[in-house]
Design a protein around this ligand. Structure first.
Ligand SMILES: [Mn+2]
Length: 364
């Protein structure tokens, strides 16, 4: 994979590095930073709730960029990190942000990797949001209330932050390179996810090369994926919430969407266990509807490939709450049984949010 990507990216990287057309933008960005109302206390940089690798690593790397530029910023997490994040922080040897689950009014915040109040640290509504760096569609935290927003629909927020370091001419030391690469590997699954863009490949090549990980990156990515799929010893509710996002207002409804995976051979039992905890999750979180997509893992027909023992074969979609069946049937297809729909396609949560938003606005 590396050789192919190097070929694709080689000429582009040369072009990108050899022009100085960013000088003006760079100056503008620094001027904009100076104009922000930083106050006197520390500005906290937060990824989303239920923090995954990209959320944590984007907050760490962006806080570091802001500190390098002279601003008193510190990354925090609003909840416990997931197993994949623990695994890669341990392997790459970087410290995780401290937990701080709420902020007092007027706290200065920078948000990375999210654009929804429901996904933000408790207290965000009364805080002062100075910046947002994100790769999701604009959510219910409107861009218009934030002095600086950088939104690019690419594979990882860490890729955007990589670009910002480059544009600003700030050196990426090896620890920062490992942090950025971790987020990029996780959110794009080593450049294999449908959300991966050209920019992600460019950042991947630069970071892998800097860290001399050419021979190890595929194995590292496989281990990360394994850590993320490891539900061993977790309660069913914790499994359901292991990669979970909430949306306060999709067409007037409060909606939660989980993202799970399971081997095809264990799917039926897994679905039943998840369906059994969904009413309680809905109740605890005060939702109108609750969904989860479950990637269906089947043994890789290419047995010679030890890096990918399992591959995806379609997506199960489970649902709970009044009107949720109508939603599932219209965005995924007719239900297999009550609470369960299936699509032959691999469907991302981002696609589900887009389809849901369109449908709910039509129904409203
Ligand atoms: Mn992300």
């Amino acid at each position: 994979m590396l050789a192919a990507i190097l070929t694709i990216c080689g000429s582009f990287m040369f072009t990108a590095c050899s022009t100085d057309n960013n000088a003006e933008e760079e100056g503008e960005f620094r001027t904009m930073l100076k104009s922000l109302d930083w106050g006197t206390d520390t500005t906290f940089v937060y990824g989303h709730k239920t923090p995954d690798v990209d959320a944590v690593c984007s907050s760490l790397s962006y806080a570091r960029l802001m500190r390098t530029l002279g601003y008193n910023c510190k990354a925090k997490v609003s909840g416990a990190v997931n197993r994949e994040t623990e695994f890669i922080a341990n392997l790459f040897g970087f410290a995780l942000p401290d937990l701080k689950s709420n902020v007092i009014p007027q706290t200065r915040l920078i948000l990375t990797d999210h654009s929804e109040y429901a996904q933000s640290v408790d207290g965000a509504k009364e805080a002062v949001i100075l910046q947002e760096i994100d790769h999701h569609a604009e959510g219910d935290i409107p861009d218009s209330i934030i002095p600086y927003v950088r939104r690019e629909m690419i594979g990882a927020t860490c890729t955007i932050i990589y670009e910002m370091y480059r544009e600003l001419g700030v050196e990426i030391d090896d620890e920062t390179a490992r942090i950025l690469l971790a987020g990029l590997l996780s959110d794009t699954r080593n450049l294999t996810k449908a959300t991966t863009q050209y920019e992600d490949s460019v950042a991947w090549v630069a970071l892998v090369t800097q860290l001399h990980l050419e021979d190890r990156v595929d194995e590292i990515s496989r281990q990360m994926s394994e850590a993320s799929n490891n539900y061993y010893g977790m309660s069913d509710i914790d499994i359901f919430l292991s990669d979970y996002k909430e949306y306060d207002n999709i067409g007037g409804k409060a909606i939660g969407i989980g993202s799970l995976d399971c081997k095809a051979s264990e799917m039926e039992d897994f679905i039943n266990r998840m369906l059994a905890v969904m009413p309680q999750v809905m109740n605890d979180k005060n939702l109108d509807m609750l969904f989860a997509k479950i990637d269906n893992k089947v043994p890789n027909p290419d047995e010679s490939n030890p890096d990918d023992l399992f591959v995806d074969d379609g997506t199960y979609f489970i649902y709970c709450g009044e009107g949720s069946q109508t939603v599932a049937d219209s965005i995924i297809g007719p239900s297999l049984r009550e609470g369960v729909a299936y699509s032959k396609e691999k469907i991302s949560r981002r696609q589900i949010v887009t389809m849901l938003t369109e449908l709910m606005e039509r129904l409203q």
